[in-house]
Design a protein around this ligand. Structure first.
Ligand code: PRX
Length: 631
């Protein structure tokens, strides 16, 4: 780029090295091409992958909003993530480098990963898992979680990963809803030097789930756990059986056959099991990762999310493998045993791309720049951020202290529902700290008012996506109507994201945060409804309301307002018990920051809790329109 465009606000321009290496020199040229011919663009991307049978249509809009991508095609994401690499030099390339919190290292070539996936796929088959069956995976950050996901996909089973930071109620609800017959777990995991008791949680959850016949347990911590005869099996013993051979045919899937489901919190009621399929998802994830992180064969890429969230699904597991890349995974806490753990891993393993969340950056920033300064971070060439808005201060620290001013930061906005990046820069795009860049190729993102009219540049409104994209969730498990209602009814024919945002005059998007009752705690997406039902399951709590309030490191923290039952009196001790109660039932990540006892809750005349009034009061802000507030 010879002439620097004049852009408003603080702007960071790409270095000549970044421009020289980049796949895309001119963002607008590719964006124009995709805008002119959406199907042509995605068809061409899909051509870079292998198909058992090519599609008849790139995009079938006939049953919108149930868009069908690559209709008529047959494929399997595993064919592209593993099988095809066995025929090339990549067979000997590292697919996965894993480091345990205690320092153990395990590496897998594409050959070895494929072998273990095939072996485990044969085990699953022997356990009676068939195409279309759901399998719940509740595991720590260890290679077996990746193997388990890939093995399910290989035989056409649908994995449902539940994040290991969730606890018994959350796990039970998700197993029950998915009707999984098989649950995959581990005896525990290591986090912050301690053992996380996963198996015990599985025992408690499965006791109440009649569909579960089999539990397969990976031995990670080797501490004492209970194994139930006839139901529980050790992974390492099954993998030694003669039936666990290293070859297993990859199931032929139709384009829209489900690949996985992933539960996510919404505004109301139980979590939604979003369904992603093979063909579109594989194409979207492949293409976004290729362009946005400009992935090269030489890269050692580290997405520091957990595989249990969509970021892990798309950009730890599937994306890198589709590209034949080397992906890095670390089991433990970033500050264990010292706050330099991440920086030492980057140095030791020559990581070239680091993709993480603002909360992690803020958390590490607290310890000061002297920790990263001790390490040689010169291998890094690209950084990424995801999960919540990144405050410009954290962006600049990340850029300066970690990226040494050389590495562009890809602030990627997307969701469990979108499966792939929607708003993002590309490496050659001038960057504005705090902005998630522009719509990805083929997307037409807009900021709308309540009536669906575009608001002027600079003005806040609701973020909406006008064009379909290949990795879009296909539906909510068994709830087509809810899918339509939730995402496509606010603005007919347009996807409503549930986020507030604005667009500046240069076309950069600035995401502000959720407009609904979803709370982002340390980047984790939690719903008020689930927390509220955990609160009222405590014997002292009659009614409860939950809101998210700003938190310096976590972004948002959970604040609870509880009305007590007769006979209970407010006390610090009771507040502590209630906080622990939520953590025990839903998981440590859901532990409330604060419990406040109240005599009443602000409600509409129809009895709905007005959380935004609580939020405004807590922050000393104007309460807004309270005409519907009940006296
Ligand atoms: O509010 C947005 C926020 O995370 C929500 C989606 O959460 P989840 O489905 O858990 O997926 C997170 C990882 C893809 C969005 O509605 N969000 C995600 N990325 C960003 C973001 N907010 C601002 N900037 C981002 N880069």
């Amino acid at each position: 780029m010879s002439v620097k465009p004049q852009l408003e606000g603080e702007v960071f321009y790409p270095t000549p090295e970044v421009v020289a290496q980049a796949r895309i020199k001119d963002w607008s040229e590719v964006a124009r091409r995709a805008a002119d011919d959406l199907e042509g663009f995605w068809g061409k991307e899909a051509e870079e992958l292998e198909w058992y049978r090519k599609w008849d249509t790139v995009l079938d809009r006939s049953n919108a909003p149930f868009f069908r991508w690559f209709k008529g095609s047959q494929c399997n994401i595993i064919h592209n993530a593993l099988d095809r690499h066995q025929r090339s030099w990549r067979k000997n390339k590292l697919s996965l480098i894993w480091v345990g919190e205690r320092g153990e290292v395990r590496t897998y070539s594409y050959f070895a990963l494929n072998r273990d996936v095939s072996k485990f796929a044969n085990v699953l088959k022997a356990m009676g898992v068939k195409k279309g069956d759901r399998v719940t995976i509740y595991m720590p950050r260890i290679p077996e979680i990746v193997i388990a996901m890939l093995a399910c996909a290989k035989i056409g089973a649908v994995h449902s990963v539940v994040y290991g930071g969730f606890s018994v109620d959350a796990l039970q609800g998700r197993i029950e809803d998915s009707e999984s017959k098989v649950v995959l777990t581990a005896d525990g995991g290591f986090m912050n030097g301690k053992v996380v008791e996963l198996k015990k949680t599985v025992d408690d959850a499965v006791r109440r789930c009649p569909t579960v016949e089999t539990v397969i347990v990976v031995q990670r911590t080797a501490h004492e756990i209970r194994m139930e005869a006839g139901r529980d099996y050790w992974y390492h013993e099954l993998m030694k059986l003669p039936l666990a051979t290293g070859s297993c045919p990859t199931e032929v899937m139709d384009a829209g056959d489900p690949l996985y489901m992933l539960y996510t919190s919404g505004t109301t009621g139980k979590p939604k099991g979003l369904i992603h399929g093979h063909a579109g998802y594989m194409t979207g994830v492949y293409s976004t990762l290729k362009y946005v992180f400009d992935m090269k064969d030489e890269d050692r890429y580290w997405c520091a999310a957990d595989p249990g969230w969509v970021t892990g699904h798309s950009y730890i597991v599937y994306g890198p493998l589709l590209l034949g890349a080397t992906t890095f995974m670390y089991e433990g806490a970033p500050t264990y045993p010292y706050p330099n753990r991440w920086w030492s891993l980057i140095e030791k393993y020559g990581i070239t791309i680091l993709y993480t969340a603002p909360t992690a950056i803020r958390g590490l920033m607290r310890f000061g720049a002297s920790w990263p300064a001790r390490h040689d971070l010169s291998s890094l060439r690209m950084l990424g951020s995801v999960g919540e808005p990144i405050n410009p201060e954290a962006w600049k620290w990340y850029h300066r202290e970690i990226g040494k001013g050389r590495c562009p930061i890809m602030d990627t906005w997307w969701q469990t529902e979108t499966g792939m990046f929607q708003l993002t820069p590309v490496p050659t795009m001038p960057l504005k700290p705090g902005s998630a860049g522009k719509p990805f190729f083929g997307q037409d993102a807009v900021i709308l008012d309540e009536k669906g009219k575009e608001v002027p540049d600079g003005k806040e409104g609701f973020l909406a996506l006008k064009n379909p994209w290949p990795a879009m969730a296909m539906t909510i498990f068994r709830e087509d109507e809810r899918y339509k209602e939730q995402y496509w009814s606010t603005y007919p024919g347009i996807y409503c994201a549930g986020d507030a945002a604005r667009k500046d005059k240069d076309g950069y998007f600035w995401v502000i945060g959720r407009t609904d009752d979803v709370i982002k705690v340390s980047g984790y997406r939690l719903g008020t409804a689930e927390v509220e039902s955990a609160l009222v399951s405590h014997p002292a709590v009659a009614e409860a309301a939950v809101i998210g309030l700003p938190h310096e490191v976590k972004g948002q923290a959970i604040h609870c307002y509880c009305m007590l039952r007769n006979g209970f009196t407010p006390s610090e001790e009771l507040a502590g018990q209630i906080r622990n109660h939520v953590a025990t039932h839903l998981g440590p990540i859901v532990k409330p920051e604060k419990v406040t006892f109240v005599d009443s809750l602000p409600k509409t005349r129809s009895g709905k809790i007005m959380r935004r009034v609580l939020k405004a009061r807590a922050q000393g802000l104007p309460e807004g329109d309270i005409s519907t507030l009940e006296e």
